[in-house]
Design a protein around this ligand. Structure first.
Ligand code: GLU
Length: 554
């Protein structure tokens, strides 16, 4: 046994498995040619950021663009400070709410599936230590006994000396060149230690790599003896990344671009361990306009940073994903125009078409996208989704919608399935207001008229309409009757004629129908009034017309 091997035994006496054993336990996946394996690897903070959903969507779609692709969920819970109890479920539910279900990995609280686990880092300690042990055996890692104070002193010294580069490296790395005997004494005395990489990087060397989103990148090589294992034997992110993504056979690392500066270190770690370096795709953060400038969408400042905001407001999952696709791939909107009814999954997603700079989040755009998505849904789908949402978030609405399913579906059927469906609803929390005049329990009449129509004329219109209306009329008959009301009351059925000679009339057919619309719905703008009348039925419509009439006659 040479000294490195002796040191490895001293540091890891209970570790018996070797890297080769793990190569056998986690063999190459044997997927079809070109199949991509990618992952989402969040810390279990109990909070799913919109950026996390975005990264998962991109990562998942990247794998789904190949036959056999695998997308898995790994939980990075080595940083106890950031963990909250069962933060895992919040992430899984958060993803599932938007239709993202991993093929393998952590599937629930204490639930996993797949042959490459455990998928929770806190359960992988032995694997990290086995790899760390082999690095020590090969002289590529060493224990560092420096205390927090010593490291602070080092920083102060470097600042004083004005070194170009600060940190634990080269000459400054006190523990790098301890003799075996010194190491042994300290270990046997029970001194706490971290395990550090013995970096072979040189400050003058540069490293090049090709990021799938950001393109060609060149950076200085890593020269720091970074910590691989913390004093409790738990790995740092960097070391766990190399070990996990190797043994989980990740081909594409899709992650936030805050990690891009660490890529030289990561490449160095993969190489030191003898692993093939995966492909990297670094996603820019989603930005928000703020005071004329741009900043990252912030968990602290912006409610819309959390995916629960979208679930609670009742954005359909399809809308959120549709919107995220528009910011993910610049050609998505053109594709959508050419394929109006196609399922999102038919879009040929391409990592290379991701924007290298941060996309700007735009709630208005999301609302427009969502209105369009909802306008294309069937009435049954709207009913299902709106009631499911209401069940969790608005009990009163839930009761109203489910009391008479056919009636509620009738409301959602109005103007739907036509060449130009209305785009009134962006999210389910707008539904209550949208349907309010259909339900007397939540309807508050307001018969305020537009300025150009007098109460007297409104009363005359309603009186005349009360005599002829029938909720069973088809659209043509209904509109025919409204037109017939016009002339005797001093209005014209012909809008063009009115425009030519406005002084000759009190108004036109649009004003007449507005009066009727207001009497029945208290609104100036609604979906097709004839359908509304048909749904409400003769008795209810008559009662409403009479109420309005009473009001105008007061
Ligand atoms: N746990 C890391 C993070 O949340 C994961 C980064 C990665 O995907 O590798 O940023």
């Amino acid at each position: 046994m040479n000294e490195n091997e002796k040191l490895a035994e001293l540091l890891f006496p209970t570790i018996t498995k070797t890297p080769e054993d793990y190569e056998t336990i986690y063999p190459e996946r044997g997927l079809s040619e070109g199949a991509r394996v990618s992952r989402f690897a969040p810390s279990p903070t109990g909070f799913l950021h919109l950026g996390g959903l975005f990264a998962s969507m991109v990562s998942n779609l990247t794998t789904k663009a190949t036959d056999d692709g695998v997308f898995f969920l790994r939980i990075e819970d080595t940083d106890k400070k950031r963990e909250i109890e069962d933060g895992v479920s919040a992430i899984i539910t958060g993803l599932a709410d938007f239709g993202i279900v991993p093929d393998e990995g952590v599937m629930g609280f204490n639930k996993e599936s797949g042959n490459y686990g455990p998928y929770q880092q806190s359960h992988r300690k032995e694997i990290y230590q086995a790899i760390a042990k082999s690095l020590v055996q090969r002289g590529l890692a060493y224990p560092c006994f420096c205390s927090e104070e010593e490291l602070n002193e080092l920083r102060a010294e470097q600042e004083k000396a004005g070194t170009d580069i600060q940190g634990y490296f080269g000459e400054w790395a006190k523990c790098r060149n301890l003799s075996f005997d010194e190491q042994k004494t300290k270990i046997e005395a029970g001194l706490p230690y971290t395990l550090r990489l013995r970096s072979e990087g040189k400050p003058e060397n540069r490293i090049k790599f090709d990021d799938l989103i950001k393109g060609k990148i060149e950076m200085p090589e890593n020269i720091q003896d970074v910590v691989l294992l913390k004093t409790d034997g738990i790995p740092t992110y960097h070391f766990a990344h190399a070990v996990d993504d190797h043994f989980m056979r990740t081909t594409h690392v899709v992650r936030g671009d805050e990690w891009i500066s660490s890529v030289p270190l990561h490449i160095q770690l993969f190489k030191a361990c003898g692993y093939k370096v995966p492909k990297y795709a670094h996603i820019s953060p989603i930005m928000k306009e703020d005071n004329g400038g741009k900043r990252k969408l912030s968990k602290r400042k912006d409610p819309e940073a959390s995916v629960s905001f979208y679930t609670q407001s009742g954005y359909p999952k399809e809308s959120v994903i549709e919107y995220l696709l528009t910011i993910a791939n610049s050609n998505f909107e053109d594709w959508r125009k050419a394929n109006k009814d196609a399922d999102q999954s038919a879009f040929p997603f391409n990592l290379k078409k991701m924007s290298a700079s941060g996309a700007l989040f735009d709630l208005n755009k999301l609302n427009d996208v969502s209105k369009n998505v909802i306008s294309l849904m069937t009435a049954d789908a709207v009913y299902e989704k709106a009631t499911t949402w209401a069940k969790s978030y608005d009990e009163e609405l839930y009761k109203l919608l489910t009391a008479d399913e056919a009636f509620a579906k009738g409301i959602f059927s109005i103007d739907r399935g036509t060449a130009k469906p209305r785009k009134d609803i962006a999210k389910w929390d707008e539904i209550k207001d949208y349907v309010s005049y259909f339900f007397n329990d939540i309807y508050t009449p307001d018969f305020t008229l537009p300025e150009n129509i007098s109460k007297e004329d409104a009363a005359a219109i309603l009186e005349a309409y009360l005599k002829v209306f029938d909720a069973n009329d088809d659209k043509d008959t209904w509109f025919g009757k409204i037109k017939e009301l016009c002339e005797p009351l001093g209005f014209t059925p012909n809008v063009k004629e009115y425009k030519k000679n406005p002084d000759a009339f009190k108004g036109h057919v649009g004003d007449v129908s507005t009066v009727i619309r207001i009497a029945i719905t208290s609104r100036r703008n609604t979906p097709d009034l004839c359908s509304i009348i048909a749904l409400l039925g003769n008795d209810e419509v008559k009662a409403r017309l009479n109420n309005a009439l009473d009001e105008y006659n007061k």
